[in-house]
Design a protein around this ligand. Sequence first.
Ligand code: FUL
Length: 637
Amino acid sequence: MNVNKSNGMMNFSEIYKSKSGGLVALAWASLFAAVSCAPGAPEPYGALPSEAQVEWQKMETNMFVHFGPNTFTSAEWGDGTESADVFAPSDLDCRQWAATAKAAGMKGIIITAKHHDGFCLWPNPVCAHTVAQSSWMDGKGDVLRELALACREYGLKFGVYISPWDRNDPHYGTDEYNDVFRQTLESALGNYGEVFEQWFDGACGEGPNGKRQVYDWDLFNSTVFKMQPHAVIFSDVGPGCRWVGNEYGSAGRTCWGTMNIGDGTPGSHISQEQLNSGEMDGTHWVAAETDVSIRPGWFWRESENSRVKSLQHLMKIYYESVGRNSLLLLNVPADTRGHIHEIDSVRLMEMRAALDEVFSVDLADGASVEASHVRGHGRRFAVENLLDADYDSYWTVDDDVLTPSFTLSFDTPRVFNRIMLQEYIPLGQRVTGFSAEALGTDGKWREIARETTIGYKRIVLIPETEAEALRISITGALACPVLNRVALYLDRVSGVAPDEPLFHAGSSCAGSSSDNGGVVTEDEVLEIGCPTAEIIASSKAKVLDLGGIRTASGFFYAPADKGKDGCVITYDLDISTDGNTWTPVFRDKMFDNIVNNPILQEVRFPSQVELRYIRMTPLRTSSPDTYAVSAFGILAE
Ligand code: FUL
């Protein structure tokens, strides 16, 4: 299709040459009338993204890399007492991370420069728990330097996760800490070139002195902007982008780029549901970022090599993040060598190949398109603009038209199962609802989709449909709709069906259960006792009788269905060989990050034990009355 995007008007000299004298005057007059009446672009509506936020959203997929002492201890949350020497990658290769991310089509990498254990992956001068204190590379190593250079070499953007919660720093929980953290930010953001995203984790637990910190978010944010004026700041409430409200990789089917932030701070009153779907007409532009790990946990551990998410699961996550007006930040943790593990990188390449196969052929290409309305009836905002790849050309309608439609017609019937729409977000997010109808080869129109928001990008998953024409009707909008793209695709590779129940972590054990209720995982850890499905009163303990004496090196517990019905946060654990005499193994122990990421938790005992009975007594649960158990048992080597 060849549409003149500059202004769509004929030029004056052409008219002059083509007309006789008398007609020329008439043409000039009517042309002036047309030019002076032709409406300009619609006024922007509501909260708007900054240029940096639009560029950020166009990145679509980025890689998160969790790396630090936890990589070597198998913890999800280190408690800050780990020796700096624990951090000992045998062959750090950040170029391999960058090459992998690039080949996977990612546009940037964000590294956990400092996680909750307080260990800094760069020689932070205001901290005594960093790579400089470790014997790795004789204290001369610097992961941020390596990664920033690798990102530059591979044309990727570089971002940092820096946790304000610090379980090591002695200042944490005192007034001084906020200033220490300011200097930490200055050091990380001032020495490694451009940083596109600063990732703030809102977690605020106790520090080494048992106190919590009152974070000075104004100071933190202003420091980021002082060091990196164009950085997008991630937190529960932005100001650059927001957490999507879960860690299993799914933005709301309704997903607004806007929220009413008020005086909300990270970790404050905003619910996970609000974060998941955003808020219509919200006061601030804080689009959702979907952070999810390719493995059950955020950090690499050998035992999860067999639990890397399947291609189908990753594609589902893609559709429910990028396809729902969100950016996908996919965590691919580095292993103890300091490499992206081959199992993860192979899966990423499979995902890339599948995305390429699905999205390289636009089945709307070559269609003819007509709209119920076009702004000013001119060509500048013509509906054909929907079919080209120019991001800044769009179809729009007069200000008072809120429910226009457009129809794509095909020479020969097209078969597709994905409809992709984009709103031109520099002018705000406007559409509140839309439907799709297909004209079948039997000459009948049928509704095939009815959804709510579009935003930067919306991919609707429909059953495979053969159509001679497709009509998209905007069924509601806050202001005249402004759309810049429609495309149709056929996905026969991912196996992701429309409207499947969400994938979620923790609903079952990995592998399949055998007759004795055991599950054998590939790393030869025998999980005995899985699965179960119970909702238990919070005051009651969960006891398991293994039916005979076993040797165990740990135990596992999984809550159910996204933490619904509650999960155990802290607990006492006891074991027994006879059911009468109990031996304590853990007291007031915590399942790290279980509320945000309610996945199966594997906990190692200090040493192997003989047992027949195991008892978990909850001390704190996420719901006051009950907790759910979808898996509970022992780890037997
Ligand atoms: C959470 C942290 O507590 C997890 O460990 C992980 O880093 C995740 C991305 O954010 O809030």
